[in-house]
Design a protein around this ligand. Structure first.
Ligand code: SF4
Ligand code: SF4
Ligand code: SF4
Length: 314
């Protein structure tokens, strides 16, 4: 079942990436009705064009299943996943839990909301992940494809005929698109979904909903042996193994973690496991007031223990 979830997610995301890239670059692989539909269900473009049904639809889906939009439908997110996966192949166990950059997330979202309400769509368009991906396809992938095949796929002209005319304008667009792609690829390889969980307003909006979603990634502390394998493959860096909780606002439902767990301790489920070990519940213990007798340094179980690889936390 776990494997099926991950395979389905990968299959759907690759299909969407292929179809939308084909449509945006006009490569003749395009399935036009499907491409148009995928374009219509993109989150921020739907908000900008006042498509209430798409907006509400994604909020409801996120409230039930979490941020599956970010793991299957957003083309830029899928590109990030490919970069992160490549990095994991080269150097496994690369990711670690990090704290959420909540202030940056809400600040960027606030700016975007103010712009939208003021009818100033330039900043939202620049920051929108779908628009960024469209620019990469139009200004970078499309010219490269044309150059390789010798055909201008956007106008039907032979590429060499139109090359001189388009060279100047093409270079500026291609440079911006190349820089965008480079930043996305490097950040994804080094820090996983950090752009998703800091600057993307769509991620912040859906993340706000997904922390309350019905289905979430949940750790069964009765089974967890603290091996940290799930943390190492979590590109959202959102698995906190000190408190054994997953930050639902940053989890993008990639299902990487549930497939690497050696003890079947982490699940995508609507049930919240009743934890048998109180210290693992994220509840801060009430410590007695310090006195001369008990003020000697002691080990705090809520602090990370880098040497700990034990089967239980004591
Ligand atoms: S957070 Fe933004 S960039 Fe990342 S996958 Fe979601 S929509 Fe795309
Ligand atoms: S917690 Fe699991 S499903 Fe969520 S982003 Fe991390 S690895 Fe993916
Ligand atoms: S046992 Fe499973 S849930 Fe616990 S740390 Fe290892 S991989 Fe994660």
């Amino acid at each position: 079942m776990n494997q099926l979830l991950k395979i389905s997610r990968i299959a759907v995301s690759l299909l969407i990436l292929l179809v939308i890239t084909g449509a945006l670059t006009a490569v003749p692989l395009t399935i036009h009705p499907l491409a148009e539909w995928i374009e219509r269900i993109q989150f921020l473009p739907a908000v900008i064009t006042f498509s209430l049904a798409v907006f509400v639809g994604w909020l409801i889906i996120t409230l039930i299943f979490g941020r599956i939009y970010c793991s299957t439908v957003c083309p830029l997110g899928i590109v990030m996943d490919i970069c992160a996966k490549t990095r994991l192949k080269i150097s496994p166990r690369v990711y670690r839990y990090s704290y959420s950059a909540l202030r940056i997330r809400y600040f960027v979202l606030l700016i975007v909301l103010i712009c939208l309400m003021a009818g100033f769509f330039t900043i939202p368009s620049v920051i929108d992940p779908y628009t960024a991906y469209a620019r990469i396809c139009r200004d970078l992938v499309s010219p490269v494809y044309s150059w390789i095949t010798g055909t201008d796929i956007r106008s039907g002209l032979n590429w060499s005929d139109s090359l001189a005319v388009k060279a100047m304008a093409g270079w500026a667009g291609a440079s911006i698109a190349a820089i965008t792609l480079l930043i996305v690829a490097v950040m994804a390889a080094k820090k996983g979904r950090i752009l998703c969980n800091t600057v993307c307003p769509v991620g912040t909006t859906l993340g706000f909903i997904s922390r309350f979603s019905i289905f979430q990634i949940d750790i069964d502390t009765d089974k967890c042996i603290n091996c940290r394998e799930c943390e190492y493959v979590c590109k959202s860096c959102c698995i906190d193994l000190n408190d054994h909780v997953v930050d639902g606002s940053r989890c993008v439902n990639c299902f990487n973690c549930i497939n690497v767990c050696p003890n079947d301790a982490i699940h995508y489920t609507f049930r919240r496991k009743q934890l048998s070990i109180p210290m693992m519940q994220g509840v801060k213990p009430i410590l007695p007031e310090p006195t001369l007798e008990n003020s000697a340094p002691h080990h705090n179980c809520n602090q990370p223990d880098n040497n700990s690889n034990d089967e239980t936390i004591s």
